[in-house]
Design a protein around this ligand. Structure first.
Ligand SMILES: [Zn+2]
Length: 295
């Protein structure tokens, strides 16, 4: 890019449902590097909404791994204890609930009692036409997207792009059957609360971005649609498959236990993008990746 526009704030937003792996580190390095380039503050926001999957060891691992790799953040918790006392998403549940009620009042949600078994059996959810009582127990709340609605996304690399919500995510769940807010709600409410205006996330989250833009349009959080996004390429193994925690790929803490230093971790990310280097610092890694990715 010839000229770097300014941004105010971006965030590192790991979910503590596993140990951090190379895919997380890639996203952090790209986020931190773009923040430094564009003059944005980097906030650490740990997405611990889903208490069933969160473990204290995973929260601690976020601090340990960022420190080990020297990846900086300017705002947010500095320790796990500080996170639990002042920054947990569980402390903001009232805000998420209030936003869900607003969406309901705006007619942007509908109640659904479809079970996962029924939907995985190939049945379509047609609950938007059934008028179920949203206050009845055990129903999920889904997004009522405008059919064929096109969304204008501000992207860092291509500017404003018109794109469409895929039908498979048009009725995303925004409140789960157990009454808990879904990821999309917490993420957008938090981004608006903290004044985020640049979001860097993997290309596998593009659908999530579109759901969040569609959800927030016409609501009190419509400024979410003015955020600039960059959906970056993902790390692949030599066969081109995307790496993930669920596939049992080695975490950074696991690599450390086997004697790896930060050059080994950064070098591993480089090799996945066919860069024959083992940089010593995250900023060197960022320079190499941003050149390779043309950002
Ligand atoms: Zn349904």
């Amino acid at each position: 890019m010839s000229k770097a526009p300014g941004f105010h704030r971006t965030r590192l937003a790991p979910t503590p449902s596993g140990y951090l792996h190379a895919g997380n580190i890639l996203s952090f390095v790209l986020t931190a590097g773009l923040a430094r380039r564009h003059g944005a503050v980097i906030m650490l926001r740990i997405d611990d909404l889903d208490i069933g999957r969160v473990r204290d060891a995973y929260v601690q691992d976020i601090f340990d791994t960022l420190t080990f790799l020297g990846i900086p953040w300017d705002e947010g918790p500095r320790t796990a204890a500080e996170f639990h006392s002042d920054w947990s998403q569980r402390l903001r549940l009232n805000r998420y609930s209030a936003y869900l009620l607003e969406l309901m009042q705006l007619g942007r949600l509908f109640a659904c009692d479809c079970t996962r078994t029924r939907l995985s059996g190939g049945d379509m959810c047609v609950c938007s036409d059934r008028g179920l009582d949203p206050m009845s127990p055990g129903v999920a709340w889904r997004l009522l997207a405008h059919t064929g609605n096109r969304i204008c996304l501000n992207t860092l690399d291509d500017g404003a792009c018109w794109t469409e919500l895929r039908s498979s995510v048009r009725h995303a769940i925004l409140r789960k059957r157990d009454g808990e807010p879904a990821y999309h709600v917490a993420s957008v409410v938090d981004d608006m609360l903290f004044g985020v205006d640049l979001i860097v996330r993997g290309s596998d989250l593009q659908d999530s971005t579109l759901v969040q833009c569609e959800m927030s349009a016409y609501s009190s959080l419509h400024y979410f649609n003015q955020i600039t996004f960059w959906h970056h390429p993902l790390i692949s193994d030599p066969e081109g498959r995307k790496l993930s925690k669920s596939a049992g790929d080695g975490s950074v803490s696991d690599l450390r236990r086997h004697g790896a230093d930060r050059r080994d971790v950064f070098g591993g990310i480089c090799s996945s993008f066919k860069i024959r280097e083992r940089p010593d610092s995250w900023i060197d890694l960022f320079q190499m990746l941003s050149e390779k990715m043309g950002i």
